[in-house]
Design a protein around this ligand. Structure first.
Ligand SMILES: Cc1ncc(COP(=O)(O)O)c(C=O)c1O
Length: 364
C-alpha cells in the first residue's frame, strides 16, 4: 500500500493527512505553552499508540485513556504519564490496574468515592507501590465524579491513606464542549472550572502543597480553560483529527484542520436519484449530524437512510459512478475510529505509512 495514491486504497478506509495532523498537534501545544499549561491529550479519540507518541514528541506530558485496557496498550508501548479518566471499581479491572502499575508506576487514576479509594489503597499495598489518585468531580453531567461538597473531604481522605498519592482533581465538562456559541461556552466553562479551582486551592492549603493538578477540558473549551489560573493541564482528544460536529461549533473551525477523512466507493449506480456507497453503520458511526462530503465535490449528501450496516446512500448533483471514490469528514471521530483497524497515513495524497489503531476494541 505504501506509495499508492489514496484513491487506489480499498474502501472503506480511514486516512490521515500527516502534515495537517502535526499542524493540529502543534497548534494545541503552542496555545497551551503560551499560557504555561500542560497538555495530556486523550487517546480515546484516536486509539493509536503511534499517534500518542507523536503527541508526546511534540510536547505532551502524558496521555489520557478512559479504560484500563486502553492504558495497558499504551503502557506496553512504553508510554508514560498515563491518566485513566474513568473510575476502576471491579476486581478484574483492579488486577489489570496492578499489571499497569508494574509497567508504568507514574500512572494516575481518577476516583470519586471513599470505598473506591479504600480499594485502590489495598491495591497499592498489595503491589507495594503508591497509586496516584485524581479526585473526579461531577461537572453536572451525572456520569462520574463526586459533588463539589464531597471533593474536599475525599481529597483529604486520599491524602491520609498510606498507599495513595493524591495528585489532584479532574472536572471534565463534556456537556459544554459543543455549546454552539463561544460566549455561552466560555461563561459555562469559566464558572464551573473556577469552582473546581477553589476546591483544588482548599486541598492544597489543608495538605500544605502547591502542586496539585487540575485537569479536564476538551476541544470545545480548551482555549477558554487555558486562560484559567487554577487549570494546569488539559486533556483534549478530538482536536487531533477533528470531525463535523466540532467544525459546526463557533470558533473551532478556525483553529484545527480536518485531518482525517473516510474513503468510500460507489458500488451501485442504477438510480437517477442516488447511488450506493460501501460505508454504512459498520464504517461510519451514526450520529444526528451527517458526514460532510468533500470529494469528488461537495454538493453530495450522505445518509445512512435504511441502507443498513454495510451501505450508505449518496444524493445530490452530478452523482459519482460505480467505482468512484467519495471522501467525507465523519460526524463523530471517536466512535468511527473504533470501527477500524488502521489509519492510512498520507502525504500529498500518497500513502506513506499505516498505523494500527491498537487501542481499538479495548473497551474493558
Ligand atoms: C474525560 C474526558 N476527557 C477528555 C475528553 C476529550 O474531549 P474532546 O474529544 O472533546 O476533546 C473526553 C471526551 O469525551 C472525555 O470524556
Amino acid at each position: 500500500m505504501i506509495g499508492i495514491h489514496k484513491s487506489k486504497l480499498d474502501t472503506p478506509a480511514l486516512i490521515i493527512d500527516k502534515d495537517k495532523l502535526v499542524n493540529n498537534i502543534r497548534t494545541m501545544q503552542n496555545k497551551a505553552r503560551a499560557h504555561g499549561k500542560n497538555v495530556r491529550p486523550h487517546a480515546k479519540t484516536h486509539k493509536c499508540s503511534k499517534l500518542a507518541k507523536l503527541q508526546l514528541n511534540e510536547g505532551a506530558i502524558g496521555i489520557c485513556a478512559t479504560k484500563v485496557s486502553e492504558a495497558l496498550v499504551l503502557a506496553k508501548s512504553n508510554i508514560t504519564g498515563i491518566l485513566i479518566t474513568s473510575p476502576v471499581v471491579s476486581q478484574l479491572k483492579l488486577e489489570k490496574l496492578a499489571q499497569l502499575y508494574k509497567l508504568q508506576a507514574d500512572t494516575m487514576i481518577v476516583s470519586d468515592n471513599k470505598a473506591n479509594l479504600d480499594q485502590l489503597n489495598i491495591l497499592g499495598k498489595s503491589i507495594n507501590q503508591p497509586i496516584n489518585v485524581i479526585i473526579d468531580i461531577d461537572s453536572g453531567i451525572g456520569r462520574t465524579g463526586c459533588t463539589f461538597d464531597q471533593a474536599l473531604e475525599l481529597g483529604l481522605y486520599a491524602h491520609k491513606l498510606d498507599f495513595l498519592f493524591l495528585k489532584g482533581i479532574q472536572c471534565y465538562a463534556g456537556h459544554f464542549q459543543h455549546i454552539n456559541t463561544f460566549k455561552a461556552r466560555e461563561n459555562a466553562s469559566k464558572l464551573l472550572l473556577n469552582q473546581a479551582g477553589n476546591i483544588k486551592q482548599a486541598l492544597m492549603d489543608q495538605i500544605g502543597v502547591n502542586d496539585l493538578i487540575q485537569t479536564g477540558s476538551g476541544t470545545g473549551t480548551y482555549s477558554i480553560d487555558l486562560t484559567l489560573e487554577s487549570v494546569n493541564e488539559i486533556q483534549p482528544g478530538s482536536y487531533t483529527v477533528m470531525d463535523k460536529e466540532y467544525f459546526d461549533i463557533e470558533q473551532n473551525q478556525a483553529h484545527f484542520l480536518p485531518v482525517m477523512t473516510l474513503l468510500s466507493t460507489v458500488i451501485s449506480d442504477n438510480h437517477s436519484t442516488h447511488v450506493t456507497v460501501d460505508a454504512g453503520l459498520k464504517a461510519l458511526y451514526k450520529d444526528p449530524t451527517k458526514p460532510k462530503v468533500i470529494a469528488p465535490h461537495n454538493a453530495l449528501y450522505y445518509d445512512w437512510d435504511y441502507f443498513g450496516d454495510e451501505h450508505g446512500k449518496l444524493t445530490g448533483k452530478n452523482l459519482p459512478k460505480n467505482g468512484e471514490v467519495v471522501e467525507m469528514i465523519v460526524p463523530h471521530c471517536d466512535p468511527t475510529i473504533n470501527l477500524f483497524d488502521q489509519f492510512y497515513i498520507i502525504e500529498n495524497d500518497i500513502v506513506v505509512d499505516i498505523w494500527p489503531i491498537d487501542l481499538r476494541g479495548k473497551s474493558q
